[in-house]
Ligand binder design. Sequence first.
Ligand code: NAP
Length: 293
Amino acid sequence: MAKILDGRVIAAEIQREVAADVAALRELGIQPGLTVILAGDDPASPLYVRNKMRMCETLGIRSETITPPPDVTTEELLAIVERLNADDNVDGILIQLPMFKQIDSKRVLMAVDPAKDVDGIHPVNAGNLATQRPGLVSCTPAGIIEILKRSGVTIAGARAVVVGRSDIVGKPVALLLLHEHATVTLCHSRTRDLAAITRQADILVAALGKPESITGDYIKPGAVVIDVGTSRVPDASAPKGMRWAGDVHFPSASAVAGAITPVPGGVGPLTIIMLMVNTVKASRLRRAAARNK
Ligand code: NAP
């Protein structure tokens, strides 16, 4: 039976470090600030945003949520982003996705000052990551590396397979693993014989958004399995008839893997805490850049 990599325990450890960092900034008269723009109607989004705000409150990070009306236009959102870009009290700007259908979300995301892009999705930050320059890295991929390192998993020289090539998870996690000297294969929906490739992985990251599709026969015995997927699936035995599921079929995978993250309680808690880490980092980097001007 695989060892469970408990994301809540690892996130709590990082939370203590961030709290110390925020306290140190306070001594200098600085309070990092995060603003979230919630301009969408996905029913799960308000809960995600609330969890982020609650964590800010716990850590003493100034937080604000802007919720424009459902008929907001792209131009109006661009004006909000411009105002936040210019506001010295705002260190991080997070645009909660998905946005309302009428919004040109790419334009809005591109308008965020890269120095305040705590989601690490602006092309400037994506380029910094690709070329190993300092910048802000997407929260979920950064959290996955924290799970691996803090669990004592050897990344250098390992064969890592990432399933999913999104800009927000698959590509950045593949780059981070590469920078940690893993030999990385990136798979997607056109990959032929996926299981033959995933079975070679010492470290397998599943981020394809297909609940419970990675079963035990996709996994090399003893491998470390990181399950990024978060989907709600019907389950008659669960309260309200629904439960959370990862992209990995936990019962069969945990019988083969050496270590595995659960869903919930694996990658998810890391995503929130890495957003806090990025907000504090953005605060420091922006002030250092202003001093060097
Ligand atoms: P996404 O943008 O939909 O990307 C999914 C990727 O998986 C695509 O690259 C797609 O390939 C690939 N794919 C789809 N079906 C496949 C298949 N059958 N075989 C191989 N590859 C396949 O999703 P995402 O935003 O990266 O998110 C992935 C999952 O992680 C979702 O369940 C999401 O909810 C979850 N997530 C969780 C957290 C967290 O904090 N825990 C954070 C972010 C995302 P193509 O490119 O060829 O279409």
